[in-house]
Write a protein that binds this ligand. Structure first.
Ligand code: FAD
Length: 536
């Protein structure tokens, strides 16, 4: 295999199977580079499965004058929507207005207003929100998504769950994305274009040997070690980017990463429409309350310093209570800790720009190449799910400076805009039609089941179901519409190894399955793997 000895090195060795590592691997493989990617756990097991799951420009970043980031992300929303209309979809955001809403005191906008309009005392005036939304509508060449509207909340479905003091709201557009599936589909596409995707494989050390990197890996399931050679290294370790720099490849780099934890809580459905709420707090922060997985509501997020990537982030009681109290300032029917059915937490690997608060630290990405001591390494800091494709393009520009001789079909440059991910080869807005077609072909699918499959697999849902004429033909039923056929698909094509990979990342069926069902699934998967290994 290419890469396992120094006479046949791969062009690129990517450390990290989050969205940035997988996005870069896909783009690079498509340009004809030989690529190996190593992920120490499951794909998307860290930050890339713990986001708020929005393809968004980031309305609040306008207050930090992050115009480049916002513009790039706004343009990107529609490019991504077209390439994956199954796992992403447009969403309307309702921003209730009240005069008590305040700025975070450190934003450049609030500092400016405190000088020119000191009587506002940190309040966020309505005209400023309208101005922000005007910019948001016009910075990013919107074609598919509708623009901002002012709506009344009295007697409307949007106003129904809210307290009566909210009479008016602004409604604007952004998009939802299934973050973990985005990562998997990028990894699959990279593999289809020739990349080797090694999951449960940790990079334990890498050293320069002249023009090459010698990379040591360890299989985290069996303990086997291996050596790989590569012309260039990409450090997409997310929260571990600093650990890789200092602990695995011993670079004398001063670049820093700032770890900012964000937590979300999930409750049973709190409102009966498909729009999302954007709530502003009196502390200057904002949170979202989003319709989630048909029967639930997702509320987040927080911003808390996180000291060490090896400490698994969890939603603390304090963060949970903060989110509940925040939401209760808006919802008529208060929620409590008993209403929380699940929570999750992730760590933002932000470039350390010296900002004094976690909320203020830049969400933009920074790419740094170190080629001082021989073979080059590219370190990735920060970034958003929304900008992963653009980040990969910028990374490839830097990579191409060091590896000028790619020979693939897309060797000349950018190619990923407009190329759908697996299952995404249907028009934006074509989701309902695809669901009807699937139900017509497979009459045994319930509406929930068909919608779930099309959301996850798009046009590939048909391939997965094959020629099944009834539910029994799909093999064992693990509950909540998860069948043996789907589990086998996920294991054989989408790198799933454990029940957790399936019920909390490739789907969110963990919200519907109980502990016994999840354990049964895991047992079945381990037996299936043993059978497959014995048959090889
Ligand atoms: C709470 C929260 C909400 C967010 N919401 C949004 C949002 O709504 N929209 C948006 O656009 N962005 C959002 N983001 C940002 C976005 O999620 C991140 O920027 C993005 O997921 C980072 O991806 P990554 O690939 O850099 O890191 P990760 O996904 O963390 O991937 C890094 C991977 O590297 C692996 N790794 C590390 N060291 C090694 C090693 N030695 N060997 C092998 N593998 C290794 C890790 O296991 C990990 O899987 C949010 C982030 C958070 C935390």
């Amino acid at each position: 295999m290419q890469g396992n000895d120094s006479t046949h090195p791969v062009d690129l060795f990517v450390i990290g199977g989050g969205i940035n590592g997988c996005g870069i691997a896909r783009d690079a493989a498509g340009r004809g580079f030989s690529v190996t990617l190593a992920e120490m756990s499951d794909l998307a097991s860290a930050t890339s499965s713990s986001s708020t799951k929005l393809f968004h420009g980031g309305l609040r970043y306008l207050e930090y004058f992050e115009f480049r980031l916002v513009r790039e992300a706004l343009i990107e929303r529609e490019i991504l929507l077209r390439a994956m209309p199954h796992i992403s979809w447009p969403m309307r955001f309702v921003l209730p207005y009240h005069k008590d809403m305040r700025f975070e005191s450190e934003t450049p906008t609030s500092k400016f207003l405190s000088v020119v309009m000191p009587w506002m005392k940190g309040r966020r005036p309505a005209w400023l929100i309208r101005l922000g939304l005007f910019l948001y509508d016009h910075l990013g060449g919107r074609k598919i998504l509708p623009g901002t509207e002012t709506i009344g909340l009295t007697g409307t479905p949007e106003g129904a769950p809210l307290q009566e003091r909210f009479a008016k709201a602004y409604e604007y557009s952004d998009c939802w994305v299934e973050d973990s599936r985005l990562v998997i589909l990028n990894a699959r596409d990279a593999e289809a274009r020739g990349a080797a995707i090694l999951t449960r494989t940790k990079v334990t050390h890498a050293t320069r040997e002249g023009d090459l990197w010698r990379v040591e890996t360890k299989d985290m399931e069996h303990g086997r070690t291996a050596t790989h050679y590569a012309k260039m290294l990409v450090n997409a370790g997310g929260p571990w980017v600093g650990d890789v720099i200092h602990g695995k490849i011993d670079l004398p780099s001063k670049e820093g990463v700032r770890l900012v934890r964000g937590s979300h809580i999930v409750t049973r459905k709190l409102f009966d429409h498909d729009k999302c709420y954007f709530f502003q707090g009196t502390d200057g922060r904002i949170i979202f309350a989003i319709p989630y997985e048909t029967d639930f509501t997702l509320i987040g997020t927080t911003d808390a310093e996180h000291s060490d990537p090896s400490i698994k982030p969890t939603c603390t009681d304090e963060e949970r209570d903060y989110l509940i109290a925040f939401a209760n300032k808006y919802f008529k029917a208060p929620i409590s800790a008993e209403d929380v059915v699940w929570s999750y937490s992730g760590v933002r690997p932000l470039y350390d720009d010296g900002a004094s608060s976690a909320t203020a630290a830049t969400r933009d990405y920074t790419l740094k190449v170190d080629a001082e001591g021989g073979a080059p390494v590219l370190n990735i800091f920060g970034g958003k799910i929304t900008t992963y494709r653009r980040l990969a393009e910028s990374a490839l520009e830097k990579i191409s400076e060091h590896l000028p001789d790619a020979k693939g079909p897309n060797a000349k440059g950018r190619w990923t805009a407009g190329v759908p991910l697996a299952g995404g080869d249907f028009p934006v807005g074509g989701f309902d039609r695809l669901v009807s077609e699937l139900r017509a072909q497979f009459g045994f699918l319930t509406p929930f089941w068909a919608r779930r499959l099309v959301r996850a697999y798009g046009t590939e849902a048909r391939d997965m179901l094959g020629d099944a004429e009834n539910a029994e033909a799909l093999g064992r039923d693990f509950g909540a519409t998860l069948t043996e056929t789907e589990v086998t698909w996920l294991m054989e094509r989408e790198y799933a190894r454990t029940a957790e990979d399936i019920v909390w990342r490739r789907s969110k069926l963990g919200l519907r399955l109980d502990e016994t069902q999840i354990n049964d699934l895991d047992d079945w998967m381990q037996s299936h793997r043993a059978r497959m290994a014995a048959a090889e």
